[in-house]
Design a protein around this ligand. Structure first.
Ligand SMILES: [Zn+2]
Length: 344
């Protein structure tokens, strides 16, 4: 039915921009643009960064330099109001790309370890106020996924998830939990029990897995109950795992440019996004840390369509997957799915 609507002279980037879509793998601290960093720097630095200096920080040649950038950005988040500001800017940017819903990782693991002067409640009050205001202003809904850092160990992750369970009623936009950080230093297996506790508390479960480690890391994430897998890049090396992911329709939060920029995938030509899609896996397209990788969600849609030859109907399917795989309640999910289906 949609085919008749798609004219050959269609402006594809514009079509992809207008296509309603959800972003499911995005780190709040990774959404800070050089422009936003300059504002934060003016608040906190004796000699504020110029825009030129801030832009230079975002150009790096290796993963280590990327981590230094992430640190430079994170150090300038010092007050609840800073978090409110970056939340507002993030939602504004998302709406401009046609993102109607986003599920955003917020790293309580980092906050609790490195920013004891900021209480989680003060930060959440600030980001929630900003979220509500920006949702009204731009129409993009946001749910939070509370992220622990796996290589900080089980005890710190348990503290993060227990607090998420406690505060869930106070902040109903907390939808789930996840583990990020270094897969090599923190396999998912030991987190089984605290994942089960989070699930019992009504939290949804995600995990970064198979980004820098092999398929065993994805098996491990599935075994502790992860409902969505972040990255899942190495699933391609395990046919049995591919079959299970397809059969169970486990949503995969793929991040193509991120994988290239971090060196987890050496070149676009060998990225498995199209293979996964054609193998019937539940693929979603995401951006991870957009300004840090120089590619936001719309850029990723444009890139995937061009480089991997997805048709526009397949792009619509990817957008529908992103809504379907979200942790939204049935009412908004159905509304957004209807928007994707009727989009022309
Ligand atoms: Zn990530």
């Amino acid at each position: 039915m949609a085919r008749g609507r798609l004219q050959p002279e269609i402006d594809i980037p514009d079509w992809l921009r207008r296509l309603p879509k959800a972003e499911l793998h995005l780190h709040l601290e990774g959404t800070i643009t050089p422009e936003t960093l300059v504002v934060l720097s003016k608040r906190h630095d004796a000699v504020p960064l110029t825009l030129e200096a801030a832009r230079k920080l975002y150009v790096y040649e290796n993963f280590r330099a990327f981590l230094m950038t992430f640190k430079a950005v994170s150090e300038r988040l010092q007050t609840p109001d800073d978090y409110a500001f970056i939340t507002h800017e993030m939602i504004r940017e998302l709406a401009a790309q046609g993102v109607v819903h986003a599920e955003v990782y917020i790293s309580w693991g980092i906050l609790m370890r490195f920013k004891p002067q900021l209480t989680i409640v003060a930060v959440m009050d600030a980001v929630e106020a900003a979220r509500k205001k920006a949702e009204k202003e731009f129409g993009t809904s946001v749910l939070w996924i509370i992220d622990a850092v796996r290589h900080f160990g089980l005890e710190e992750a348990a503290a993060v998830f227990q607090l998420a369970a406690q505060l869930k009623d106070q902040y109903p936009s907390i939808a789930g939990i996840g583990i990020g950080g270094d897969e090599a230093l923190g396999p998912a297996g030991p987190f089984r029990e605290i994942y089960a506790e989070a699930k019992a508390a009504g939290l949804r479960l995600t995990a970064h897995a198979g980004e820098s480690m092999g398929p065993e890391s994805i098996w491990s994430a599935l075994n502790i109950g992860a409902e969505r897998i972040g990255h899942a890049l190495s699933a391609q090396h395990d046919p049995e795992l591919m079959a299970i992911l397809a059969e169970r329709q486990i949503p995969l939060e793929l991040n193509v440019t991120s994988n290239i920029r971090t060196g987890c995938c050496s070149e676009y030509d060998i990225h498995p996004v199209k293979d996964y899609f054609e193998s019937g896996l539940m693929v979603t397209i995401n951006s991870d840390d957009p300004p840090m990788f120089g590619s936001h969600l719309l850029d990723e849609y444009i890139l995937v369509q061009e480089k991997f030859g997805f048709t526009l109907e397949q792009m619509r399917e990817l957008a529908a997957n992103s809504v379907e795989a979200s942790f939204l309640g049935p009412e908004r999910k159905l509304k957004l799915l209807g928007m994707v289906e009727q989009f022309s």
